[in-house]
Design a protein around this ligand. Structure first.
Ligand code: E4P
Length: 220
């Protein structure tokens, strides 16, 4: 399962490229706002960080645009800025049409804000390269996600669609593990979510036990 960072903060991206050999990046308007920089500046900086790699970078079109022709127009402009850019498009009738048109033009897309298997199916049929089920958001509102990724994965496999699932809005290591076991191709989460998932109180306790043993052992 590929590890994508969900961020538009360049220091976080540099850290995760260096430490984790990041497989790709996802951004959204919220992350761009949190970067504190203008949209075009931050995506140019991000493009630079991934230049010369084949790692996909999802960049979302203006979410106010609801007309497919305008989504395509903006998607084409963004895709010219970097070969790494994957155009992130919200799930809707116009969004799926835009994905279909961008796909015809050889532009990769990420269908975002996916909350049902039916939406994932429409995205796959339209040719989306990536499909992003929002696990954390569903759970926040009390929905069960136990079988969501599994069902999307089964639908893609059974009907031989090429889209890859990005388990998105992941909040903890358990959700990462569930996504991996259910067949997600990629996971995307924030920097601290990954860092927390690398830790465990038992590991900290175990290190202390081993440090005491080390200290109590003559070295020669
Ligand atoms: C995924 O591509 C989204 O950017 C992301 O996971 C949205 O969720 P969050 O910003 O609430 O974590």
């Amino acid at each position: 399962m590929k590890l994508f960072l969900d961020s538009a903060i360049t220091d976080e991206i540099k850290h995760s490229l260096e430490y984790w050999d990041l497989d790709g990046l996802t951004t959204n308007p919220k992350h761009v706002k949190n970067s504190g920089k203008p949209f075009l500046k931050v995506i140019e900086e991000i493009a630079e960080l991934f230049a010369g790699t084949e790692k996909p970078v999802s960049v979302e079109v203006d979410p106010h645009i609801t007309d497919w022709e305008q989504i395509v127009e903006q998607g084409l402009l963004l895709s010219k800025m970097s070969p790494n850019f994957v155009i992130k498009v919200g799930a809707s009738e116009d969004g799926f049409k835009a994905i279909r048109e961008l796909t015809k033009r050889g532009i990769r897309t990420n269908a975002t804000l996916i909350f049902s298997v039916a939406q994932a199916w429409h995205a796959a049929r339209a040719g989306a390269s990536f499909i992003s089920p929002f696990i954390g958001w569903k759970e926040t509102y009390g929905d069960s996600t136990a079988t969501f990724i599994l069902e999307v994965a089964e639908m893609l496999e059974r009907h031989e669609y090429d889209s890859e699932i990005i388990a998105a809005a992941i909040r903890n290591g358990r959700q990462m593990a569930d996504a991996a076991l259910a067949g997600a191709h990629c996971v995307t989460a924030g920097l601290t979510v990954y860092q927390e998932s690398m830790q465990n109180p038992y590991t900290v306790h175990g290190e202390k036990v081993f440090q005491s043993a080390w200290d109590a052992t003559p070295k020669s």
